[in-house]
Design a protein around this ligand. Structure first.
Ligand code: WQD
Length: 319
């Protein structure tokens, strides 16, 4: 069975490619290199191009005998999606439609879809389970929820079995050279502030949480990749479609993350508490019972390992 991993040269995609290769899976990566880096995919064939290119998809699936797809290629910046929704609808939805058409033509039967906790919007529950209503707040989150609906309809129409993986807050790296080059999320933004000799900003200190700062479920990218491998193997063995949260089932506040960053880097992470960021929920923590029961999966790595590996990647990229 050969798997096509779209976005395979990106931060998360390269970790998925690595996990699947380490497991002995046959993999071909596809990436338009808009944010991906060819050097991340040294051990698998890399096809340069977009999921919007139907002819390229058909050729790639035929030449490599693709029978399964792990679809990670997408735009994923919440703020950017608000400013440019049509970019997100084109890349994340038209791209998905084109890929699904190619899957139907090539009789691909197994599809692992990169979804997001952003599909939930502002969940007002202690632990967010997969039945929590999806009320996304951004075009990014909307494209992920609609994407889940598209794959479900394709199963009804032509039997494509899909596992939708809702990522919570992904961080860390399996190796320094695979670290996240993007500076859009909390941990790299703190590194950037410290590197500039500035105090890290905390967006709001008056939330209804124990220390007043937002709580999120941080999950190591190597665990996210392991969950994708587990889902792919399950689909290859005939497992039914499912939707899974990918998280640790535990929350960490912004101040707790800053404390770990201070311990790991030895730097002073005393923050500058500023106004709340619009649209931020106080707490978003995954219920992870379903993926444990359905796939036997539990995230293994904790926050210190995420921060240590993210810091190693930052230092490698920034000296
Ligand atoms: C985390 C917390 C901020 C920066 C992400 C993305 C996306 C999605 C879900 C996959 C928030 C606070 C941040 C800073 C801060 N995952 N913060 N100072 O907003 O939870 O959303 O997770 O699709 O990756 O949508 O992640 O890293 O932006 O923020 O205080 O300089 O840190 O307010 O509470 P978020 P984030």
């Amino acid at each position: 069975m050969t798997w096509l991993v779209t976005g395979g040269a990106g931060y998360i995609g390269a970790h998925v490619v690595k996990a699947m290769l380490d497991d002995g899976q046959e993999v071909v990566a596809l990436d338009d290199l808009s944010t991906g880096d060819r050097s991340r995919v040294a051990a698998a064939p890399l096809v340069e191009g977009s999921v919007l290119d139907r002819a390229l998809l058909d050729r790639t699936m035929s030449e490599h005998g693709v029978t399964g797809v792990v679809h990670i290629a997408a735009k994923k910046q919440v703020g950017e999606s608000v400013a440019d929704p049509l970019l997100y609808y084109r890349e994340n939805l038209s791209g998905l439609v084109t890929l699904l058409e190619a899957c139907r033509a090539a009789e691909v039967g197994s599809f692992v879809f990169s979804s997001s906790a952003a599909t939930y919007g502002l969940p007002d529950v202690d632990l967010v389970d997969e039945e929590t209503p999806g009320v996304p707040l951004s075009p990014y989150g909307e494209t992920k929820l609609i994407g889940e609906w598209l794959t479900r309809d394709c199963e009804t129409a032509f039997g494509l079995r899909t596992m939708s993986m809702r990522y919570f807050n992904v961080a860390g790296a399996a190796a320094a050279e695979l670290g996240d080059p993007g500076v859009f999320n909390l941990i790299p933004l703190v590194f950037q502030a410290l590197a500039a000799g500035e105090r890290p900003k905390v967006f709001g200190g008056d939330y209804p949480t124990p220390d007043g700062t937002c709580i999120r479920d941080y999950v190591h990218v190597a665990d996210v990749a392991a969950a994708h491998l587990t889902a792919a193997r399950a689909l290859a063995s005939g497992a039914a479609s499912a939707t899974y949260n990918i998280g640790r089932g535990e929350g960490s506040s912004v101040l707790e993350v800053l404390q770990v960053i201070g311990s790991v880097t030895g730097l002073d992470t005393a923050p500058l508490v500023v106004d709340r960021r619009p649209g931020d929920p106080a707490r978003v923590v995954a219920a992870v019972d379903r993926i444990h029961a359905g796939l036997g999966f539990t995230a293994a790595r904790g926050l210190p390992e995420m921060v240590e590996s993210a810091w190693a990647g930052w230092q490698l990229r920034h000296g």
